[in-house]
Write a protein that binds this ligand. Structure first.
Ligand code: LLP
Length: 419
């Protein structure tokens, strides 16, 4: 596969863009995404599902910049939404209602009503009480409402505890027996139309085993449902496929879990006569994004060396929240000696870091660094903490760079308060 991020003459490029050259006149920090990489990832998904009854959806939560949504929508994807806000953005980006799925443990009555009126593919129910409310609203509106039941399979996944979702100690999904009981009640209801089941075991999973375990589990449930005489037309397999956060762009990318996991996961359900839905977020946009940041200061204590950069936890929360690893590389490679640094931001928290104890070549004030794997759960998790305005986003395609979010100013933050 064509490399999108690569060094040429020791300078990091995205597609045809020399990033040092591009960044020189730009306000830092900023996010930069590759259109080509997003398209490649989408094509990999489409390829994995060819010859199958398949609805690939994009999980908006990973990155809902409108330009990115429109790009993915144009490639034929559906959308996975988790709030009224995401449903609004999905519709605005042109995703057809029949290609939208809505999951989430805490849908409000007005979100449920909006989803029913919109005529989406399925509301994925996550508790008995949510089921009863949905039944009541569908009955009041007299609109046929497709529902799926998110099952909690009690399957663990090797990922951070905060993003593992498929165990009984997690708040997500419904235990199997309760779900089967609700499936029956939906079946008997005049307005609800049970279309299938849904499962999502967690995120940033790079090992195929938990997916294949889930496949066996789901096939068994389909069997049980069919034996009871229940129609099941769709199987929503969730998302969760991880990316390679260790890519330093010096060698061709080593790992591409989307390609090694998705085809075999989907093929496990071949000939079952159900439509397969996936809800992929990170694996579509994660490795298509960089966070570009500038070295402000170098600082040494008796026990540590710090690189203080202008991006912080308010821009990219993942390292602080999950101790997540992101590659951090210079835009211009040099032969300087290496040393170990904590790469930290200006925010007034000791938990504000982008990397800890990281071996890196020596840099100077003003040098630019790229943080890899920043396309998913980056800008969407950003905040204005310490009154730091949100930062610009750019989309690269060939030699073109488009500003897809211009960033905020302090003045605009004041205006949020009509001030
Ligand atoms: N479907 C459901 C029901 C989900 O809860 C999620 C993610 C997805 C699909 C998409 O999962 P993906 O393909 O992106 O793994 N902020 C965390 C990730 C939280 C994921 C939440 N749910 C992080 O930065 O790692």
């Amino acid at each position: 596969m064509e490399e999108i991020f690569y060094y040429r003459n020791n300078r990091l490029h995205c597609d045809e863009i020399d990033l040092q050259e591009f960044s020189r006149s730009k306000r830092t920090p900023f996010y930069l995404y590759s259109q080509k990489r997003i398209e490649q990832n989408c094509q990999t998904v489409i390829e994995a599902g060819k010859d199958l009854d398949f609805l690939p959806c994009y999980a908006l939560k990973a990155n809902y910049n409108p330009a990115i949504l429109k790009l993915i929508q144009n490639l034929g994807f559906g959308a996975d939404v988790v709030s009224g806000g995401e449903l609004f953005f999905a519709l605005r980006a042109g995703f057809p209602p029949k290609k939208i799925v809505f999951a989430g443990v805490g849908k409000t009555a007005s979100e449920i009503e909006l989803a029913i009126r919109t005529g989406i593919h399925s509301l994925n129910i996550e508790s008995a009480e949510e089921f009863y409310l949905t039944r009541e609203i569908a009955g009041k509106l007299k609109i046929e409402t497709p529902v799926a039941f998110r099952i909690n399979p009690d399957i663990g996944a090797p990922t951070h505890d905060y993003i593992s979702t498929g165990k009984h100690l997690n708040k997500f999904g419904i235990p199997l027996n309760d779900a089967l009981r609700l499936y029956q009640q939906a079946f008997e209801d005049k307005w609800l139309k049970p279309v299938g089941i849904h499962v999502h075991i967690g995120s940033q999973i790079t090992d195929p085993k938990p997916f294949l375990e889930t496949a066996e589990y789901l096939k068994d449930i389909i069997d049980q449902l069919r034996k009871k005489g229940f129609e099941i037309s769709a199987l929503d397999l969730g998302g969760g496929i991880g990316i390679d956060y260790y890519n330093d762009f010096k060698k061709p990318q080593r790992e591409y879990p989307l390609k090694t996991i998705l085809p075999s996961y989907l093929r496990a359900f071949k000939n079952l006569g159900v439509k397969l839905v996936v809800e992929l977020g990170r694996s579509i946009v994660g490795d298509a994004g960089l966070l570009i940041t500038r070295v402000l200061y170098r600082k040494q204590t008796p026990v540590k060396k710090f690189l203080i950069v202008d991006a912080a936890m308010n821009n990219l929360l993942r390292p602080s929240l999950y101790h997540a690893y992101h590659s951090v590389v210079p835009l211009i490679l040099n032969d300087n000696a290496k040393d170990r640094f904590d790469v930290v931001g200006p925010v007034c928290e000791s938990g504000d870091f982008l990397a800890t104890d990281r071996e890196m070549p020596l840099t100077e004030r003003g040098d630019l660094l790229a943080v890899g794997g920043a396309g998913a759960y980056g800008q969407v998790l950003a905040s204005n903490y310490n009154l730091r305005p949100s930062i610009p986003e750019y989309l690269v395609s060939g030699k073109e760079v488009r500003t897809i979010f211009k960033g905020q100013t302090a003045e605009e933050l004041a205006q949020k308060y009509d001030w």
